[in-house]
Design a protein around this ligand. Structure first.
Ligand code: BJW
Ligand code: ZN
Length: 289
């Protein structure tokens, strides 16, 4: 497998904008009043403090506070297209230039963003569980995000279910490369000359088998399953939530909005991940948030 690593050398700014808010979790989205929120936070911290194996499933909402747009939020269109219209093999076949414009804009935008307190709280959570109990397998972060921000923040056991914006692969041969540099409008394979594509998982494509298996296995034995910043409508990733429930895990949904995951039961902490997760971490460490 050919591998190439380089730095960004510029590129267009992203045409769509972020919709991250700035207020306090319990104030901005108040389905729980402050006392109820506090009780729920304490409940979750208590349950987490007894868990030996924890899995988190994350989505675009976790990166919203870094300035990256979510897929289905208000204005979540790109040049008038829904994600379902640009992130498919048939869209790429029909109009590769359009699809590459979408991905090159997002790749360029990645250079301008940093992990936020939510990403950093996940690093602390991993340290907490790894140091306290079962070693490296104690905390698994299964992310649908392709932005690499969990790894940049320092999370170690990250399963990228939908691939990575920072890799490209050939549509014909086995060429695969990690690259964060600006690419041509229509990049071609240095080995065989065929079109390259982003190494992400589009609709109607299978998730990488080894990564999916690792996520499913970790889910089957976890005691607590955190669902953070995802609408939980895209399968098979969303199916992990039901698998966790079936395995008897406590499911905790962290999101400013009600989602398909929170409507299916478990505990909900309504708020932004960059606020809720650090509060949760503080409780776990024994301080009142
Ligand atoms: C905050 C916040 C803050 C905001 N803090 N939160 C079973 C049932 C039904 C359908 C299917 C099924 N199995 C398969 C399907 C079809 C399809 C699917 O699920 N479709 C649904 C739309 C119904 N799935 C697939 O095709 C998958 N493949 C597959 O199943 O293969 C088998 C197969 C083979 C052959 C034929 C058919 C099937 C592949 C799915 C790949 C998804 N890929 C994308 C694009 C990746 C590349 C890219 O980035 O361009 O992945 S789509 C897009 O959605 C992206 C995301 O990872 C994914 C999930 O989105 P996410 O992260 O949840 O974002 P949003 O925007 O939806 O939600 C953000 C949330 O954050 C919101 O809730 C906000 O409230 C919240 N939020 N601020 C915390 N500060
Ligand atoms: Zn090739």
């Amino acid at each position: 497998m050919a591998r190439k690593s380089a730095r960004f050398s510029g590129g267009a700014r992203l045409a769509f904008r972020s919709f991250a808010g700035t207020g306090d979790a319990a104030i901005m989205h108040p389905p729980l009043d402050t006392d109820e929120y506090d009780v729920a936070l304490e409940q979750v911290a208590t349950r987490l403090s007894k868990a030996r194996r924890v899995v988190a499933l994350t989505g675009a909402g976790v990166s919203a506070e870094s300035g990256l747009a979510t897929f289905r939020g208000a204005g979540g269109l790109w040049e008038g297209h829904r994600i379902e219209d640009v992130a498919t093999p048939s869209a790429f076949q029909r109009d590769p230039a359009l699809v590459w414009r979408f991905y090159n804009a997002r790749r360029a935008n990645l250079r301008t963003v940093q992990p936020n307190p939510g990403h950093r709280a996940f690093v602390e959570l991993e340290d907490y569980f790894v140091n306290r109990s079962e070693g490296e397998g104690a905390f698994t972060l299964a992310t649908q995000n392709v932005d690499g921000l969990h790894r940049t923040a320092g999370s170690r056991r990250v399963l990228e279910l939908h691939g990575s914006l920072q890799r490209v692969r050939c549509t014909r041969c086995s060429y695969l490369a990690a690259t964060d540099e600006a690419l041509p409008d229509l990049p071609h394979c240095p080995q065989c000359g065929q079109l390259l594509r982003p190494d992400v998982v589009w609709f109607h494509e299978m998730l990488p088998a080894d990564i999916w298996r690792a996520a499913a296995e970790a889910t089957a034995i976890c005691e607590c399953f955190l669902v953070v910043g995802t609408s939980a409508i895209v399968y098979p990733a969303a199916g992990l939530i039901d698998a966790a429930r079936a395995a008897g895990a406590m499911v905790v949904v962290i999101n400013p909005e009600a989602t398909s995951a929170s409507r299916r039961g478990g505990l909900a902490l309504r708020g932004r991940s960059g606020v809720v997760l650090p509060q949760l971490m503080q409780r776990l460490r024994g301080g009142a948030a």
